[in-house]
Ligand binder design. Structure first.
Ligand code: ATP
Length: 246
């Protein structure tokens, strides 16, 4: 799928083959996707359909075997490891299922860590907007262990936003949360897009989570198998049923 408007991220005919010879596995097979700026996109598909590989290629964590990944106008395939690491640190935000906060740092230190690693100082106004936007302003001195799962994920989202990344990549961000807390985190991610103008790409197994996005991309056997705008949980679940086991 190619979208109109300016893309934050583009995958052009991306293929990924793991291994070689008889044991080779084609994880992605010619996937082309344009993620427009200011949109919230969910990626779904049966187990083994290539979702993680898709996210890893989009993030520059894995190099495609064929095709190109563009962040803005930067072709990730042209970058050496060091430049790719720098790009991930400064131009992409990451949110994981397991939060991945550093237990010895307080909330404020965790949020600002990507800036310190890039040897940059956070803009105080953006920092305030981010901590207030995710609703964690009163917890800045706390350690992650003193927070609930939902609060820890809010901190992780703030950390992902602090560098004003061009895209936030989220891998099952609500996978470890109860239904109600998951809803709040999804509403927050949607707000980050609709209210703050950020771009979010989220891999999920959950039709309810996917329905928080503006649109859903479906993968099956490493190929793009559909696109659903204005998703509802029922319509997402129905599409998934047609894609087989999940
Ligand atoms: N490092 C690797 N080496 C070999 N094969 C791999 C590797 N990573 C993934 N694969 C294979 O590539 C295919 C796609 O895997 P991927 O993890 O991207 O799927 P997924 O949709 O994220 O699955 P799940 O929902 O179960 O996490 C699978 O067949 C998997 O076994």
């Amino acid at each position: 799928m190619r979208s109109e408007g300016v893309c934050a991220l583009e995958l052009e005919a991306v293929g990924k083959v793991y291994g070689s010879g008889g044991g080779a596995v084609t994880a992605l097979d010619g996937v082309s996707v344009g993620v427009r700026k200011g949109t919230f996109t969910a990626v779904m598909g049966p187990s083994g359909s290539g979702k993680s590989t898709f996210l890893h290629c989009a993030a520059g964590l894995d190099r495609p075997s064929s095709g190109r990944v563009l962040l803005g106008t930067t072709d990730l395939g042209k970058l050496r490891e060091k430049a790719l690491t720098e790009l991930r640190r400064t131009r992409i935000g990451f949110v994981f299922q397991a939060y991945n906060l550093l237990p010895s740092l307080n909330v404020l230190q965790n949020i600002t860590l990507p800036m310190r690693m890039a040897d940059r100082k956070p803009d105080p106004r953006w920092l305030r907007e981010v901590v207030e936007g995710v609703g964690i302003a009163k917890k800045l001195e706390h350690r992650p262990s003193e927070l609930s799962g939902g609060q820890q994920q809010r901190v992780a989202i703030a950390r992902a936003l602090i560098t004003r990344p061009e895209v936030v990549l989220a891998d099952e961000p609500t996978g470890a949360l109860d239904t109600r807390t998951a809803r709040q985190v999804l509403d927050l991610l949607r707000g980050v897009v609709d209210g703050m103008g950020q771009t979010v790409l989220m891999v999920t197994h959950d039709p309810v989570a996917a329905s928080a996005a503006h649109s859903v991309l479906f993968l099956a056997d490493g190929k793009l198998a559909g696109h659903l705008p204005q998703p509802t949980p029922d319509r997402v679940a129905e599409r998934m049923t047609h894609l087989g086991e999940w």
